[in-house]
Design a protein. Structure first.
Length: 170
């Protein structure tokens, strides 16, 4: 894992200098999780792809401000989740009786139960985002608070309310 961190730092440094191959390596390393996070917040495959692409482009445009000593993934996830929340707020969420098969297999880490996807879809975007970051991307509540610039108590209450709503929905 330490080697992966060194590779990532080298890719960021190379991308900051304009290396297309290093930028491509960053993209390939982080695209699956970025797309999955966006999808799980917006619940729309096309919109998730747009959100993840826009977030990655925003990250690339701001690489000169990125601190290479820090991991790239959490920085990118913050951008993705914030943009996904904005996108989810901007449109009216449609409730669909059936989720497409694509929804259950957004990435190779395994399908997510359609009941859980439906329950996630019924949550406000802010609750959905913290649940995705905590339970699907593995961030701690403290890390989520830092990523989203929220008080830790707000993260905990959004997690609790969201999980309670999912439990009630299942």
């Amino acid at each position: 894992m330490a080697g992966a961190g060194r590779d990532e730092r080298a890719w960021v440094q190379g991308a900051q200098r304009g290396s297309a191959s290093d930028l491509e390596a960053l993209f390939h390393a982080h695209w699956p999780a970025a797309h999955r996070a966006a999808y799980l917040v917006v619940h729309d495959a096309a919109l998730a792809e747009d959100v993840a692409q826009e977030a990655f482009l925003a990250a690339v445009r701001n690489l000169d401000r990125f601190d290479r000593r820090r991991p790239f993934g959490p920085w990118l996830h913050r951008i993705v989740v914030n943009r996904a929340i904005d996108a989810a707020r901007a449109r009216t969420l449609r409730r669909e009786a059936e989720l497409t098969e694509h929804a259950a297999s957004v990435d190779e880490s395994g399908p997510i139960d359609t009941g859980v996807l439906r329950a996630l879809g019924g949550l406000p975007p802010e609750q959905r985002a913290v649940i995705v970051l905590r339970h699907l991307l593995g961030y701690t509540p403290g890390e989520i608070a830092r990523l989203l610039a929220l008080p830790r108590g707000t993260v905990n209450s959004r997690l609790r309310r969201g999980l309670d709503a999912i439990r009630d929905g299942l």
